[in-house]
Design a protein around this ligand. Structure first.
Ligand code: OSB
Ligand code: MG
Length: 382
């Protein structure tokens, strides 16, 4: 039996400039402050990423709250402990209420450590934890998320570019005033593409009749139209729409997913491993959706290669049945902090790394350079 003693955890603070800023209903992200956890057990080293943003727009967590919670509570809860299974970390951190984005940085690294200690890929470790008879995939089907643009023409131009690159599922960010007309124009130009919209909680139940106008555009789904923490109101909205609702922000643990499905608040689940505290809870949500036959896909939060590799490992599981927000590295960072980059195959898929562990390595020179960027731009706001 494998047992691992956590010897040391170091937190690195970096700032990553995005190739293209993303505008959502909650704001603009042009650079991402990122916390990277370097977790050591004996000779093994694994990395985890905290995806909390500079501002509490998507989640209440920020890079500042996560730094505090990690250094003061979560890292001390793990260091010196011996784990018999990667999910032991989640148990040791359970005394800290909430803060899933902070916890995920450590929980995910423990699964990678486990993969290394047992000589497996991270995808295989997750798959064996289920356990399932259905094999996992060697490639994950992906799409691309497009932010709010200054005009519909500019949106159409970006869609054209993304389709040309090989992406076969397009997600558009919407907000009040940037929704029906946009969807109508995109559908008129592209009658057959797989199209979905993400509102990031920009509407209320009073907008139900307005949102029902989206039904005529044959959307794959409408992501998180209402309050970030309001499963109940989504259960009132879903029966009024033909378009399936997918919940993102509202699902922070497997019990949230169970509640949402039982109330009929959504028909599709977006699983972001960081949003649910890491891979331990991600495996539980995958299990639920697999058993219940609920369509599932993996969401993204503009991760560096560290988080992207982990998300892709989850995306390889057989219960992930819809295209995921896991685009190629060159759509986010040039260069990324890891090698090798993830590239898009012509069939809108990304290969699942085959080696031992997560399949990417952090580049020390880039860690230093992006760390210096933190010192010059973020050190004064924390
Ligand atoms: O709501 O899915 C979201 C990025 C940051 C925060 C929230 C979201 C997103 C995206 C981008 O839509 C997905 C990606 O990483 O490509
Ligand atoms: Mg979303």
């Amino acid at each position: 039996m494998t047992a691992l003693t956590i010897d040391e955890i170091r937190l690195h603070r970096v700032v990553m400039p995005l190739v293209e800023p993303l505008r959502t209903s909650f704001g603009l992200e042009a650079v991402r402050p990122v916390l990277l956890a370097e977790v050591r057990a004996g000779d093994l080293v694994a990395w985890g990423e905290c995806t909390a943003a500079a501002e509490p727009g998507y989640s209440y967590e920020t890079v500042g709250t996560a730094y505090h919670i990690l250094t003061r509570f979560l890292i001390p809860a793990l260091v010196g402990h011996t784990l018999d299974h990667p999910s032991d970390g989640a148990r040791l951190m359970a005394g800290v209420r909430g803060h899933p984005l902070a916890k995920a940085a450590l929980d995910s690294a423990l699964w990678d450590l486990w993969a290394q200690a047992t000589g497996q890929s991270l995808a295989d470790v997750l798959w064996s934890a289920l356990p399932l008879e259905t094999p996992r995939r060697e490639r994950v089907t992906v799409g691309v998320s497009i932010g709010i643009q200054p005009s519909i023409d500019e949106t159409l131009a970006i869609i054209e570019k993304r389709l040309g690159e090989g992406y076969r599922r397009i997600k558009l960010k919407i907000r009040p005033g940037w929704d029906i007309e946009l969807a109508a124009a995109v559908r008129a130009a592209y009658p057959d593409i797989a199209l979905m919209l993400d509102a990031n909680s920009a509407y209320t139940l009073e907008d139900a009749d307005h949102l029902a106008k989206l039904d005529r555009f044959d959307l794959l789904m409408l992501e998180q139209p209402l309050g970030h923490d309001d499963i109940y109101e989504h259960s009132k909205l879903q029966p009024r729409l033909a378009t399936p609702i997918c919940l993102d922000e509202s699902i922070l643990c497997v019990n949230d997913a169970r509640l949402a499905l039982e109330l009929g608040a959504c028909r599709i689940i977006n699983l972001k491993p960081p949003r649910v505290g890491g891979l331990t809870e991600a495996v539980a949500i995958h299990r639920l959706c697999y058993d219940e036959g609920v369509p599932l896909w993996i969401g993204g939060m503009l991760e560096t290669g560290v988080g992207r590799a982990q998300n892709i490992a989850v995306g390889s599981l057989p219960g992930v049945t819809l295209p995921s927000d896991l685009s190629a590295t060159n759509r986010y960072y040039a260069p990324d902090i890891t090698e090798p980059p993830f590239v898009l195959n012509p069939d809108s898929t990304i290969d699942v790394p085959r080696g031992v562990g997560a399949g990417v390595t952090v580049q020390p020179d880039r860690l230093a350079a992006f760390g210096a960027a933190w010192e010059s731009t973020f050190a004064n706001v924390m």
